[in-house]
Design a protein around this ligand. Structure first.
Ligand SMILES: NC(=O)c1ccc[n+]([C@@H]2O[C@H](COP(=O)([O-])OP(=O)(O)OC[C@H]3O[C@@H](n4cnc5c(N)ncnc54)[C@H](OP(=O)(O)O)[C@@H]3O)[C@@H](O)[C@H]2O)c1
Length: 223
């Protein structure tokens, strides 16, 4: 089984990479920083890992990556993400644009390029790492606008793609990883990246229903 994980060099992405390797899966670790020490250390210790450069905010980088990739992917985890702490009426146009490029278009166009290049294996899974902050049903009004709007849009992409991929027998779903102690989640967060990653890799093995939104424990979340 081959996993492709974006933003694999730190935070939840690195923990997902380690958890998948621990379960004897091959991991394509996609990152803007292919010289990342944490990934190189795994490789040097003999892990079944291929490190590849990918900037998900750059369409050309997505195209190059998808053409160069030499493996078919069973499980794609779109994990790379950015969060700017903005509030209306102080929104910053450039931050909003980058949030859409990374959080929404990065995942969507990577899926499209992998599909066109026949790199997504039939019977596989696409997991979009979303957030409870992208749930319209749970919106409170105190969230970052650029983050919540771009993650809500990613949820729509999950739903639309889940319909498209029925004929390919590819299951597509969104996952909220919990509030996790990473650079993004901050030091107050209750979950470690390892706890969250264990739950998400469990879901990658277990979930067979397409077009749903779960938390890292497999509890369904309203869109
Ligand atoms: N932590 C939480 O509490 C929490 C809660 C809900 C959802 N999430 C979601 O979980 C995912 C992982 O978050 P995290 O907490 O691990 O965040 P993080 O510690 O800030 O790590 C973000 C990762 O995304 C990568 N990334 C950012 N922009 C990229 C780009 N243009 N191209 C490729 N990679 C890029 C970063 O790579 P660089 O090192 O190159 O910047 C890094 O590997 C995100 O989608 C986030 O929205 C997190």
């Amino acid at each position: 089984m081959t996993y492709l994980i974006t933003g694999a060099n730190r935070g939840i992405g690195l923990a997902l990479t380690k958890e998948a390797l621990k379960r004897s899966y091959k991991v394509i670790a996609a990152t803007r920083k292919p010289n990342s020490e944490s990934l190189l250390e795994l490789k040097n210790n003999g892990a079944d890992i291929v490190i590849m450069e990918l900037d998900v905010s750059d369409y050309q980088s997505i195209k190059n990556f998808s053409e160069k990739l030499e493996y078919q992917v069973n499980i794609l985890i779109n994990n790379a993400g950015v969060l700017y702490r903005d509030r209306f009426p102080e929104l910053v146009y450039e931050n909003f644009m980058n949030s859409f490029k990374v959080n929404t278009l990065g995942a969507l166009f990577l899926i499209q390029e992998l599909y066109k290049n026949k790199k997504l294996k039939q019977g596989g899974k696409i997991i979009n790492i979303d957030s409870i902050l992208g749930s319209i049903s749970n919106a409170s009004g105190t969230t970052s606008y650029s983050y919540s709007v771009s993650k809500a849009a990613l949820n729509m992409a999950t739903k639309l793609l889940s319909n498209f991929f029925v004929k390919e027998k590819v299951v597509v779903f969104s996952v909220h990883p919990g509030w996790v102690r990473t650079d993004m989640g901050g030091s107050e967060a209750p979950l470690t990246p390892e706890e969250s990653a264990k739950g998400i890799i469990d879901l990658s093995e277990k979930v067979n229903e397409t077009g749903k939104f779960y938390d890292y424990k497999g509890r369904e979340i309203k869109w």
